[in-house]
Every structure is written in structure tokens, then in C-alpha cells.
Design a protein around this ligand. Structure first.
Ligand code: XUL
Ligand code: CO
Length: 436
């Protein structure tokens, strides 16, 4: 029996449609800059929020109505849930999904039993992938929920926690490879600290570097060729997460000689928790050739934590797509909705409303960004703003021909700098509104 009998496959009906369960902008076959929307956006559904999120908060238990759940943590329930997940994703029309090992299958009494549970559910995931054509964007290991990881996993003070985490990532890499996963993500979990009085930061970071090298080595050994990604986040659950933002991650990867093997998975709500915009993080990663994938969501301006809401702000999605188009697209990454419905949106149908809204917002952002690029006025303004670097003294500095002595001689002769021009921020903000 279908879990969502009232929902047909969501289809594109165009901007005039008033049907909330239709796409008004996302037409997967429409070409934008010569590439289909499906290929540009590579939408992905997350297993953890969408199929495991119960809607609990610190003030009360879960609220979600999920008729397909039998209330047990059994393998049978997990297998049935997997089939429901694929019914949902096919009706939505997304090409990808992502999971943590512990989202899809229950932990057993021992590591061996846990691995067997995972295998039993992976078998169903594989069948469903083959049946529907939906692919795995990325796999990852949950190394933060179980109390054994209270001090972290790779950065734990307890060497056994490192060993357990290694065993867990070994298995997660094997199943990600088995399912043809296109990426593998490391989000820091509890890799960070609450207090420096009890923390040997240098030793913890050395261990994290070692851990990631072991993962790269094992991927090579088993022939897993997916892209490794690190997902920056500045805080929560720890006060300070080591992978705090794109710049900190890239510095860490460079320091531990991992830059060739990793890119970044940039998440909106993590960027804003770090005091940056999403576009800042995308630009920082992109300019260094490290833009791997995005976790699409949004925070709430008035709340200071990771609320993981679905993105519906067209300015936000336009900015995301401007950066993604600029750096040549997101593949083999994707636009992965690491977002959850609100506790009050407890009916199964709300999962559709949330994803349809998020996908349409990104499709519209893509079209808006492409229109801004086709018009060219914004890019021309930026190119012109830096034109003093194209010739004469600017070109000498950029090429390395100038030094402090030659620059002093230049300025002594010239006396004062050429007049500055306006940055025209307000004009450009108004220009963007022509396209939104
Ligand atoms: C946590 C978060 C994770 C990662 C995967 O804030 O974003 O769900 O995306 O571990
Ligand atoms: Co995320």
C-alpha cells in the first residue's frame, strides 16, 4: 500500500498555477545556459530529517505523524521506511538522496550486529535505487549521537573512540561505494571542544588529520572514487567546532596535506552561524577550487541556532546560484535539502509542501541568476571597478614586477592617487531587483 496515496507525481505546471503541489519554476528538462535544470540543481533529499525527524525539541517530544512507522527500532521497520522514502522521492521527482549510516538502520548490541543491520537495509536501498533510478548523492557516518562519542570521535581524548569511529567509517565507505555514492561527507559532529582547560587542541587536530588520511587510504584500497567533502559549521553541538568555516577547513586541509582529496559541502545555516553569508562561504570555497556541494536550508534571523528550515527566499537562492554558475556548477555535488519541517507541520503531506517550495525557490534562483549573467551589467561593473589593475602600475604589481622601492618612486612622482569611484552598492541592489 502506498504511504502517500493522495499524492501523484509532482509535475511542472508553470508560474500561473495555484496548485501548491505543482512546480511553478522547476521544469527538470528546461535548459538554462544550455544545461537542464535537473543537471544544474541535482536536488537531493536527506534521510535524517525527512524520514527520521520526530519533531522533538528541548521542551517536548516528537509530534510527527508517520503512519508507516510501527514504533519499533527493528530492521523490518527500517526496511519498510526505506521503501516509503523511495515512494516519496520518486513522487517528488528528485534524482538524489543522502544518509547517515544510523539513519537508515538501527544500531545492534555489537558492532558486528550493527553492520549486519546496515547490510540488511542497504539491500533494500539498492533494490529501490535500481527500481526508481534515484542515486545516492552522499553517505556519511553518524559519530555524534551515541554516548561513546561524548568527547568526539576522531578528536576524542579516548583512543578507543577513534578506533570505533574508524570501524564505522570503514563500513560507511563500503556501503556508500556499494550504492554508487557520488560523494562522502564528514561533518564534524562533536569534533571540537566545550572548554580549553581540558583540551589538547594540537593533539586533537593531529588525530583528525590522521583519521582523514586513513579514510582516503581506505577509499583507494576499495576503489571508492567519490569526492570527499568536509562540511563546515562553527558551533553546535560543541561550543567551538574545529571545522568552523570554509577558511578554517581549507587551512586545516592544507596544513595536513589533504587539499587534493577534499572539497567542501557548504550549508546555509552553518554559514550564518559563523557570521558569514552563504554567498561568502560559496565564494571562499569556489575561488580556491574547493566548492563541492551544498546543504540547502536557512536559519531564522531572530533565532541564533541551527533551525534547518527549508529555503524559500529568492534572494538567497539567486545568490547561491550566482556562485554555483560562476564556479562551473555543483556536480558531482548537489543541492541537498538538509532541512526539516517545523514541529507544527506534523502531517506527511507537509514533507511534500516543504520540498516543492524549496525546489521551486532554487529553480527560480537559477533562472534569475542566469538572467543576471546574460544581461552582463553586474559582471561589467565589477570588471570595470578593478580596471586600474589591467595596465600600468596595477599590471606591474600583479605580475610581480613592482617592489616597495619602485612603488615609492611611482607615488613620489605622482603625488596623489587617481580619484576613487563610487562602489554603487545601492544601485546594484536595485539592479538585482530588476531580475528577481
Ligand atoms: C548538522 C548537519 C549534518 C550534516 C551531515 O548540522 O548539517 O546533518 O549535514 O552529518
Ligand atoms: Co548539513
Amino acid at each position: 500500500m502506498p504511504a502517500f496515496p493522495e499524492v501523484e507525481k509532482i509535475s511542472y505546471e508553470g508560474p500561473e498555477s495555484k496548485n501548491p503541489l505543482a512546480y511553478r519554476w522547476y521544469d527538470e528538462n528546461e535548459l538554462v545556459e544550455g544545461v537542464s535544470m535537473k543537471e544544474h540543481l541535482r536536488f537531493s533529499v536527506v534521510y535524517w530529517h525527512t524520514f527520521r525527524g520526530a519533531g522533538s525539541d528541548p521542551f517536548g517530544p516528537g509530534t510527527m505523524l508517520r503512519p508507516w512507522e510501527d514504533g519499533t527500532d527493528s530492521v523490518e521497520n527500517a526496511q519498510r521506511r526505506a521503501r516509503v522514502a523511495f515512494e516519496f522521492m520518486s513522487k517528488l521527482g528528485v534524482p538524489f538522496y543522502a544518509f547517515h549510516d544510523r539513519d537508515v538502520a538501527p544500531e545492534g548490541a555489537s558492532l558486528a550486529e550493527t553492520n549486519r543491520n546496515l547490510d540488511a537495509v542497504v539491500k533494500v536501498l539498492k533494490e529501490e535505487q535500481e527500481r526508481t533510478g534515484i542515486r545516492l548523492l552522499w553517505g556519511t557516518a553518524n559519530m555524534f549521537s551515541n554516548p561513546r562519542f561524548m568527547h568526539g570521535a576522531a578528536t576524542s581524548c579516548n583512543a578507543d573512540a577513534f578506533a570505533f569511529a574508524a570501524a564505522q567509517v570503514k563500513k560507511a565507505l563500503e556501503v556508500t561505494a556499494e550504492l554508487g555514492g557520488e560523494n562522502y561527507v564528514f561533518w564534524g559532529g562533536r569534533e571540537g571542544y566545550q572548554n580549553l582547560y581540558n583540551t589538547d587542541m594540537k593533539r586533537e587536530l593531529d588525530h583528525l588529520g590522521r583519521f582523514l588520511h586513513l579514510a582516503v587510504d581506505y577509499a583507494k584500497e576499495i576503489g571508492f572514487t567519490g569526492q570527499f567533502l568536509i562540511e563546515p559549521k562553527p558551533k553546535e553541538p560543541t561550543k567551538h567546532q574545529y571545522d568552523s568555516d570554509a577558511a578554517a577547513c581549507l587551512n586545516f586541509l592544507r596544513a595536513y596535506d589533504l587539499l587534493d582529496d577534499f572539497k567542501l559541502n557548504i550549508e546555509t545555516n552553518h554559514a550564518t552561524l559563523a557570521g558569514h553569508t552563504m554567498m561568502h562561504e560559496l565564494e571562499y570555497a569556489g575561488m580556491q577550487g574547493a566548492l563541492g556541494s551544498i546543504d540547502a536550508n536557512t536559519g531564522d534571523l531572530l533565532l541564533g541556532w541551527d533551525t534547518d528550515q527549508f529555503p524559500t527566499d529568492i534572494y538567497l537562492t539567486t545568490q547561491c546560484m550566482l556562485s554555483l554558475l560562476k564556479y562551473g556548477g555543483v556536480a558531482p555535488g548537489g543541492v541537498n535539502f538538509d532541512a526539516k519541517v517545523r514541529r507544527e507541520s506534523f502531517e506527511p503531506i507537509d514533507l511534500f509542501h516543504a520540498h516543492v517550495g524549496g525546489m521551486d525557490a532554487f529553480a527560480r534562483g537559477l533562472k534569475t541568476a542566469a538572467a543576471i549573467r546574460a544581461d552582463g551589467e553586474l559582471a561589467d561593473f565589477v570588471a570595470n571597478r578593478y580596471s586600474s589593475w589591467n595596465a600600468a602600475i596595477g599590471a606591474e604589481i600583479e605580475s610581480g614586477a613592482a617592489n616597495f622601492k619602485s612603488l615609492e618612486a611611482y607615488m613620489l612622482k605622482k603625488g596623489e592617487i587617481s580619484p576613487n569611484a563610487s562602489g554603487r552598492q545601492e544601485m546594484l541592489e536595485h539592479l538585482i531587483n530588476r531580475f528577481v
